[in-house]
Design a binder for this molecule. Structure first.
Ligand code: ZN
Length: 1141
């Protein structure tokens, strides 16, 4: 590739993924660069084509391949239909995946070849050729499996490509890894922003908010303006039904002077629609007036917005201004691309006007544009039913329901599935009733009699195939042309008819007796074949309720703005920021140049590449002087980042694969390890601790009896007498049988479980617990526990960010469930840490053997030096039957102790820690966050994935030992209280699982409530370790953190900032960054924010102030003290005790 001049070559050489969004090659002024880029791409392709021959030859010699971190398999599936071009790429990929995965020779030309793949990815990305970019990046990844994480521009590039191709799962994974590896990455604000948008889209609102807020911190240029990010934040509140916060956010934006017209239109649209939908925003009449006003303002600001026109139509329809509604819909259809929602609404309007033929045509338009449009199918069914065409109605209803069940891992599908779920709330039940009813009708009547009936509408088949009214048809065609761009998965407009369920009807007629059961109260359509007016009215009512419900419950605004936000993301970025382009380009050029030159040394600096000298320099055999000397050699032109406390050069942590060994059905249901204690001597025998440490989970039966523990101290009666006003957190849950978790609105088993948070007191919960028990004795099962009024329960706050349910669709179901299912209240996380309040109780627990005690020298958590509520202190749980602790691992994988106080039993489920990655993947499949969500595994799903589950009953007086990393979930069988806390045995296994989780939490932007660095330094001070493995792990953590501290100090000094010694108060809690919640050790960056002094990590401090001006830098320990601790922490070579104090 010698066709470019030297200067040209240099220019192109600088370009990489970081220019994406800032250098717009479609602009005419960049046409020269564009042709350079295209020429380079052509050169690279030639070069690679030649290289490929060589590669294939190698491939044939390397048959045995281990596949790890290989998204390509999945991606191939995702991408199948994205474009034909891509199809070809993926075919090649697919083939290659099977054939090769070898590590290439260390020959220089191979190195160059592999780097060319990455470069090609960058250039395709800049040209907006995303599938080509992804293809090149994936090929690169396959050569770089063992060190891809040192190439941050690559991870960013592949993340952007995934993002653009809407493979959000993979985009999220890439971006999370990138931030973990390099929080100071040039485009870190872009990464936070995109993560925020995607996580919002996936329903992970809490973490989405965190990322959006972090993206606002940066002073770097961004493709999104500050106001646009604030709009996203307001919208995030809106989709969580935090209406007040959303409204405030939107109104704040309207008061900003430099708001763009486009953004203004968005804000007005959202506000208008909120006024239309949200009852708490005022009286209906006033709201409707506001809604119309805001939507009109939105249209004024952005006359081309089809969405605002559509919503305006909906508002008019809502207040019966039919003519205006039609007008708005028409305008909307003209302005915006084919929108199934609009056609569906037009259909509703026609149907309400008693114009069935027009309604039919409109619905057909809707379902042809979007075959999965549930509302349109449902309405169409209702329309047919109202005209007595039951077979057609039945077909439509089936099409409407069919969509719910289909689920594929593809995100496109997933997105649709999420949307469908929203639609179905309140609909499915009515629908399934109608379907059952019609099945009955149709099976009873011979088919000919149906077809011979007076038909007012053409059949669904005819309607689908025949051209419909010219006007609608032409509109549809117009809009259809724009479709492929919007959604490549759309079907061709005049395709085959939707599946028509003949067979089901004729082959399995439903027995007549079921009709009577299910057709309860419904007028029999077949007998009254001439529709009476009242019956007709009845159907119209159904139609109205159904469609009304549908429209009211479906947060259409969310859907619309999500789509528009993601679709317009780049338009916005490119248009608004064109003026920044040149400035940005210069800035980036410099960076890029220097980075390119120092590419390797730069990465080695952070991670220690396997080939670098530096990586071997840092090892635990060094003393602190050698360490300091080595740090002095590290470059300080860029801030030190990524302090992993795992081993040097570790890849970013990710959930492990399950053990491959295929388990038999018996092995999938293993017996639970349990011991029965006869006496105190048993309880204190070392064998008991050994037994517990050996198994993933263990139940110690009869412990209370053996130790003569007075469990009565924890009975509800005693607790009320001791501290009646003590606070209790309450979880409101649906009562279900222990091995099942149903979503009643969808009529199927799910993983997501409902568990809303509120607060009460011990006395009030006790009253509830007692009355629930008495009710059961009277054998009067209350219809609905929750409606009886729970004493002292506060209104469920929607500002509760840790509300168990992260998906908006479930939030919406809240009301629904109150009506349908028996709700219960679980009193949880009652804090018993205060020794003054709970002295007798806490004293009683000192009777336990050391390994199970709350405080003990052998318990790592006792070395933290401060309280971590619920971990190194006792928590109490107050239960009625069915109270659920959803699935989880303990914080930072510590062990836990749980004693059932009784009188009732608890049922436990547990999965060994080695399988947690499998459980994590199943959560992901079920669209629920493993870390943040509330989930109750479907046992069959686990067995299918070869994941074993322990299941056992915990009786009063039994202690359950949950070993490190064990995944577990618990449900009470009877009325009972439990007490629980965490312990950390001083073993290598416990320590390594804790730090692994500590690092994975960083990737997931999840706070680790055990400050592992702080704890490790305390362990080094307090204990002597004779276990080699444990010693090495702790020493590695000390090494990595001391290295990081020294490096940060060098960097800060080079910026001319003074580090002031501050010291630590006695029992002072360890520090976390106020922005990103990562643990900050020894060097604290303090900035005053809203009159509070907030601690920051270095990365967040640099976001606020790249020069560190205005930031105070404090030191907690003297360097000499850390050196002393580091040097004197050595392997204790003695027989006997593993630790002493
Ligand atoms: Zn931070």
């Amino acid at each position: 590739m010698g066709q470019l001049s030297f200067e040209e070559d240099c220019l192109v050489r600088e370009l990489d993924s970081r220019y994406y969004g800032f250098l717009d090659l479609s602009k005419s002024k960049n046409s020269e660069i564009k042709s350079l880029v295209q020429q380079t791409v052509a050169n690279f392709q030639n070069y690679i084509a030649n290289g490929q021959a060589h590669e294939m030859k190698n491939a044939l010699d390397n048959k045995n391949v281990i596949q790890k971190y290989d998204p390509s398999n999945v991606v191939v599936e995702h991408m199948e239909n994205t474009s034909s071009q891509n199809d070809e790429d993926t075919k090649i990929l697919d083939k290659e995946t099977n054939e090769k995965n070898f590590i290439c020779d260390e020959k220089p030309q191979d190195e160059q070849y592999v780097n060319a793949l990455c470069k090609l990815g960058h250039l395709h990305l800049l040209l907006g050729e995303y599938s080509e970019a992804l293809s090149a990046y994936q090929k690169y990844l396959r050569f770089r499996e063992n060190n891809y994480w040192t190439n941050h521009a690559f991870i960013y590039g592949i993340g952007v490509a995934y993002f653009k191709l809407r493979c959000f799962k993979w985009a999220i994974k890439s971006f999370q890894e990138l931030l973990y590896l390099s929080p100071n990455f040039t485009c870190a604000n872009e990464v936070h922003l995109r993560l925020g948008l995607m996580l919002k889209h996936c329903g992970e609102f809490h973490i989405a908010l965190k990322h959006l807020q972090l993206s606002l911190l940066y002073t770097y240029p961004s493709t999104f303006s500050e106001l646009q990010v604030k709009f996203q934040i307001a919208h995030l509140y809106e989709v969580q039904n935090k209406h007040k916060a959303a409204k405030d956010g939107y109104e704040f934006l309207l008061n900003e002077k430099n708001i763009s017209l486009e953004l203004k239109a968005d804000v007005y649209r959202q506000l208008g629609w909120m006024y239309h939908c949200v009852e708490c925003l005022g009286e209906k009449k006033e709201r409707e007036a506001n809604a119309l006003n805001f939507l009109q303002k939105s249209i004024e600001a952005e006359p081309k917005s089809g969405q605002s026109l559509y919503l305006l139509g909906r508002c008019y329809a809502g207040i019966n201004k039919v003519h205006d509604a039609f007008l708005a819909y028409r305008n909307s259809v003209e302005k915006s691309e084919g929108n199934a929602d609009t056609w569906c609404s037009i259909g509703v309007l026609y149907q309400q006007q008693n114009q069935p033929t027009d309604a039919l045509q409109a619905y057909i338009c809707a379902v042809q544009l979007d075959k999965d449009h549930k509302a349109a199918w449902t309405n169409l069914g209702i329309l047919y039913e109202s005209c007595g065409q039951l077979r057609d109605a039945y077909a439509c209803y089936l099409n409407a329901t069919k969509q719910i069940s289909f689920q594929k891992s593809s995100l496109l599908r997933r997105k649709q599935a999420i949307r469908m779920k929203k639609d179905t709330i309140g609909l499915s039940k009515g629908l399934s009733q109608r379907i059952t009813f019609l099945e009955g009708q149709l099976s009873q009547a011979p088919l000919p009699s149906i077809t011979s009936k007076r038909r007012t509408l053409c059949s669904i088949e005819e309607a689908w195939n025949l051209p419909i009214s010219l006007e609608m048809n032409s509109r549809q065609q117009q809009t259809a042309q724009m479709l492929p761009r919007q959604n490549t998965k759309q079907s061709p407009i005049q395709g085959p008819p939707p599946p028509y369920p003949h067979s089901q009807l004729s082959q399995s007629p439903i027995p007549a007796k079921r009709i009577k059961e299910d057709g309860s109260g419904q007028p029999d359509l077949m007998q009254n074949n001439i529709q009476t007016s009242s019956q007709h009215q009845n159907l119209i009512n159904i139609s109205e309720t159904l469609s009304q419900r549908n429209f009211n419950t479906m947060p259409e605004s969310n859907k619309i703005s999500e789509q528009s936000v993601l679709d317009t993301f780049d338009d916005i970025s490119n248009d608004i920021y064109k003026h920044n382009e040149t400035i940005k380009l210069e800035r980036l050029s410099q960076d890029a140049l220097s980075n390119n030159l120092n590419e390797d040394s730069r990465h080695n600096k952070y991670n220690g590449g396997s080939t670098s000298d530096l990586s071997t320099t840092f090892k635990i055999q060094m003393d602190s002087k050698q360490l300091m000397a080595a740090v002095k050699l590290l470059p300080i032109d860029e801030p030190p980042v990524h302090c992993t406390i795992l081993q040097v050069n570790a890849p970013p942590p990710s959930p492990p694969d399950c053990p491959p060994q295929k388990l038999t059905r018996d092995q999938l249901l293993p017996p639970t390890p349990s011991v029965h204690l006869e006496n105190k001597k048993n309880a204190f025998s070392p064998q008991l601790q050994e037994f517990c440490l050996k198994h993933p989970i263990a139940v110690v039966r009869g412990l209370a009896g053996a130790l003569k523990l007075d469990l009565g101290l924890f009975s509800t009666k005693t607790l009320v007498e001791a501290n009646p006003d003590h606070s209790v957190e309450v979880r409101t849950q649906v009562h279900q049988s222990p091995d099942e978790n149903w979503d009643t609105s969808q009529g199927k088993r799910v993983w997501a479980c409902i568990s809303h948070r509120s607060h009460t007191t011990i006395a009030k919960y006790a009253q509830y617990q007692a009355s629930s028990f008495q009710d059961s004795l009277k054998l009067i099962l209350p219809q609905d526990e929750s409606d009886k009024g729970f004493p002292g329960s506060q209104a469920m706050s929607d500002s509760d960010s840790k509300d168990s349910v992260s998906n908006s669709n479930i939030v919406l179901k809240r009301k629904k469930h109150k009506i349908n299912s028996k709700m219960l209240r679980f009193g949880t996380n009652v804090d018993l840490s205060d020794e003054r309040k709970w002295k007798p109780q806490l004293t009683e627990l000192q009777k336990l053997p050391a390994f199970a005690r709350v405080i003990s020298a052998a318990n790592m958590l006792s070395h933290v030096g401060h309280v971590i509520l619920g971990m190194n202190t006792v928590q109490l749980y107050m239960k009625v039957p069915g109270s659920r602790t959803p699935g989880h691992q303990e914080n930072n994988n510590f062990c836990s102790i749980n004693i059932n106080i009784g009188p009732g039993d608890c049922e436990w489920f547990a999965v060994p820690d080695a399988y947690w990655g499998g459980v994590h993947n199943l959560c992901e499949k079920n669209n629920i966050s493993y870390l943040h969500g509330s989930w109750w595994p479907v046992l069959e799903d686990l067995y299918k994935e070869n994941i074993p589950v322990y299941r056992f009953i915990q009786k009063p007086g039994d202690l359950v030992w949950v070993n490190a990393g064990c995944v577990h979930w618990v449900q009470s069988v009877g009325w009972c209280n439990n007490i629980a806390w965490n312990v950390g045995p001083l073993t290598a296994r416990q320590y390594s699982l804790a730090i692994e989780r500590y690092e994975w939490n960083k990737v997931q932007a999840f706070k680790s409530i055990v400050p592992m660095v702080h704890l490790s330094w305390n362990l080094a001070r307090n204990i002597k370790v004779s276990d080699t493995k444990l010693f090495e792990l702790i020493k590695m953590c000390l090494l990595q953190t001391l290295k990081n501290v020294l490096h940060i100090q060098e960097y800060v000094k080079s910026k001319g900032v003074e580090i002031r010694f501050n010291g630590r108060g006695k029992n002072e809690a360890s520090h976390y960054c106020g922005q990103c919640e990562v643990e900050v050790f020894n060097v604290l960056f303090i900035k005053e924010q809203e009159k509070r002094h907030v601690v920051h990590c270095l990365s967040c401090a640099l976001k606020l102030s790249p020069s560190l001006q205005g930031i105070v830098c404090l030191e907690e320990y003297r360097l000499s003290e850390l050196q002393r601790v580091y040097d004197s922490f050595t392997l204790h070579r003695t027989q006997g005790l593993a630790y002493t104090q």
